[in-house]
Design a protein around this ligand. Structure first.
Ligand code: EPU
Length: 425
């Protein structure tokens, strides 16, 4: 079993570069299937989810190369193959194959997606959208079967603001007949990125990034070249690291506007944040004050950063409270942080953390991607050597994390160890 070992004495210093956005990448890659000639996507992060999607695209007949962050996808020979099992179960975002294949072939069979366990993660709004466009949707033995005579544009009001449903409906609607209107759409930067790719492929999309998106269906889509946006969650993770363990850290390749909610919270805690065009500098922090955080849809404080942020709260004076309004069970990091001497407790959708405390090294388990990121941050400031298990969760979403942190002077290594059960008493 491979684990991370982190020694927590070193202060971080220097520049760390952010990769392309994971949650854009996992939509851009399936979106490229809608074209009838090769699509090039530049700046992709080299993470497990991207490699898995490459394999899925190859399974349906696409020719794909991926080197130095550039993926070239030739969808010319793609077929409408059912994907009920296998790789499709390895990541949440495989649900984008539903929208892409339905849009292209008017039918698809896709296994229910995997991904992090953060409480219930229904896809009813995706299905409501597909049905509104004319698809017949059934759940047969854990796979979703979609079939349509033809797809016809429609007005769809999302009952829940959903990134996945907004993108999936866009994918299914770009080749549909007539106009689709998505109301109460999500506004995340990743949605604008996908709309930009589709528009450059010849789609007609207006309003991405606002809560009403209009799509006028076109006959066909062609290949193009696209550069992905930087990962705002990875950038935010590094900002939190700099605030808790930094001695002056520059985060490079970030759009400061995309991380405004985090920047505001860091400033409220007493952290200085200097913003430049594509960089953010965080000087050595002084004392931190407790703050309350409520996660919201974009542009609110992202749920994906509340777990890393909870580590910062262990170092702040007073009691901080986090409320996750997006996912009901996204607090699995708190138990692990408690093993490292944090003073935190979870009550339903709320976690409270009292600080400051000195964190102590322990053997801990990454239960999901962002919990894993939180434990890496905790390891960087803990006294002693922390061991993090189940690191595949972390590597699903953070590209070259070991090398990047070593570049800032962190003492972190990936090592092979014999599997030993963690005592959960
Ligand atoms: N929801 C429904 N019905 C639906 C879809 C969503 O009730 O049909 C609910 C969800 O249960 C959740 C809320 O709506 O409570 C928001 O879910 P959303 O659909 O926006 O999330 P997602 O598309 O499944 C993406 C990211 C997540 C990120 C969320 C929220 C991808 C692949 N995943 O998930 O990223 O937390 O948006 O911003 O884009 C991560 O990167 O660690 C991660 C989990």
């Amino acid at each position: 079993m491979e684990v991370y070992k982190i020694k927590g004495a070193n202060r971080l210093h220097g520049t760390i570069k952010v990769s392309g956005a994971k949650n854009s990448a996992v939509a851009l890659i399936p979106a490229s299937l809608l074209a009838n000639s090769p699509v090039t996507i530049e700046g992709l992060p080299e993470i497990l989810d991207v490699w898995t999607l490459k394999e899925i695209l190859e399974e349906v007949g696409a020719e794909v190369t991926f080197k130095d962050g550039t993926m070239i996808i030739d969808p010319t020979n793609v077929v409408d193959m059912p994907l009920p099992n296998g790789n499709i179960k390895k990541l949440r975002a495989s649900y984008y194959l539903m929208g892409a294949l339905l849009g292209k072939f008017k039918k698809a069979a896709i296994g229910l997606p995997g991904g992090c366990h953060l409480g219930p993660r229904p896809i009813d709004q995706h299905i409501k959208g597909f049905e509104a466009l004319g698809a017949n949707v059934s759940n047969e033995h854990g796979a979703i079967y979609l079939r349509a005579e033809e797809l016809v544009g429609s007005k769809i009001y999302l009952d829940v603001v959903s990134v996945g449903a907004t993108i999936n409906i866009m994918l299914a609607a770009v080749l549909a007949k007539g106009r689709t209107i998505i109301e109460n759409a999500a506004k995340e930067p990743e949605i604008i990125d996908v709309a930009t790719l589709l528009s450059n492929m010849g789609a007609n999309i207006k309003g991405a990034g606002t809560n009403v998106i209009r799509i006028d269906g076109v006959e066909e889509l062609h290949g193009t070249k696209h550069t992905i946006i930087p990962d705002r969650i990875e950038a935010g993770t590094f900002m939190i690291m700099a605030a808790v363990a930094g001695d002056g850290v520059t985060i490079d390749n970030v759009i400061p506007f995309h991380v405004e909610a985090l920047t505001a919270k860091l400033r409220e805690m007493g952290v200085e944040v200097e913003e430049y065009e594509e960089k953010i500098f965080i000087p050595k922090p002084r004392s931190l004050q407790a703050v309350d955080v409520k996660t919201l849809v974009y542009p609110g404080f992202p749920t994906d950063l509340q777990q890393p942020f909870s580590v910062l709260m262990t170092q702040a004076t007073g009691t901080s409270v986090i409320t996750d309004s997006i996912y009901s069970a996204r607090f699995k990091q708190i138990d692990e942080l408690r093993r490292m001497n944090a003073n935190g407790r979870v009550d339903g959708r709320t976690a409270s953390i009292t600080g400051p405390v000195s964190l102590e090294a322990a053997t801990v388990r990454a239960s999901d991607l962002r919990a894993g990121a939180a434990l890496v941050i905790a390891g960087l400031i803990a006294d002693g050597e922390t061991e993090i298990q189940d690191i595949f969760h972390i590597e699903r979403g953070y590209s070259s994390i070991i090398e990047k942190l070593q570049g800032l002077g962190a003492d972190i290594r990936r090592v092979e160890v014999k599997e030993i059960e963690i005592n959960n008493e």
